[in-house]
Design a protein around this ligand. Structure first.
Ligand code: ADP
Length: 154
């Protein structure tokens, strides 16, 4: 069985994340959405809230698991015997960060490989922080996030 991990902050999960997840499920038999918790970084939603929102948003998806880790994603991957990490690319600006992350992951564990999906045109402007900013200023973001997030934003 081909298993991949889709790691990220998911603070909160957006339709952009879900688009990448759906597409990765066409290439893998199972995808573990992994909330990577960085205790040194402040977050908008707690790890358990983030996991809960993802679980609700993916309840109808087959072959998805949701989990979180406070350690390195590569360590989680090794522990679960997973070799492939999924990431999404929105713009050239994502590339630099993602490239650096890929090299760092390779340094930590040379067996890990990253797989990148290019964001689709209708979701490539969506970021978690953009959602929060628009919502704070009264813009309806219901087309950009799943219901599980929308109800918590209200
Ligand atoms: P991180 O803090 O690890 O970057 P994010 O939750 O911001 O976590 O993003 C997780 C992954 O999903 C990253 O690879 C990011 O580029 C990708 N991603 C985020 N939003 C989108 C989007 N709208 N379209 C495609 N990929 C996205």
């Amino acid at each position: 069985m081909k298993v991949a991990i889709y790691p990220g902050s998911f603070d909160p999960i957006t339709n952009g994340h879900l688009d990448i997840l759906k597409r990765s499920l066409e290439a893998f038999d199972k995808v573990i959405v992994l909330v990577a918790v960085n205790p040194d970084k402040s977050s908008r939603f707690s790890p358990s809230e983030r996991v809960e929102m993802i679980k609700e948003a993916t309840a109808d998806y087959k072959n998805v698991e949701v989990d979180y880790t406070t350690g390195l994603t590569v360590d989680y991957a090794k522990k679960h015997g997973v070799k492939h990490l999924i990431r999404g690319l929105r713009a050239v600006t994502d590339f630099e960060y993602e490239f650096q992350l890929a090299v760092a992951n390779e340094f930590a564990d040379k067996d890990i490989d990253m797989i990148f999906f290019m964001a689709h045109g209708d979701t490539n402007f969506i970021t978690s922080s953009m959602i929060m900013e628009l919502n704070k200023n009264g813009v309806d973001v219901s087309a950009l996030v799943p219901n599980s997030v929308l109800k918590r934003l209200k």
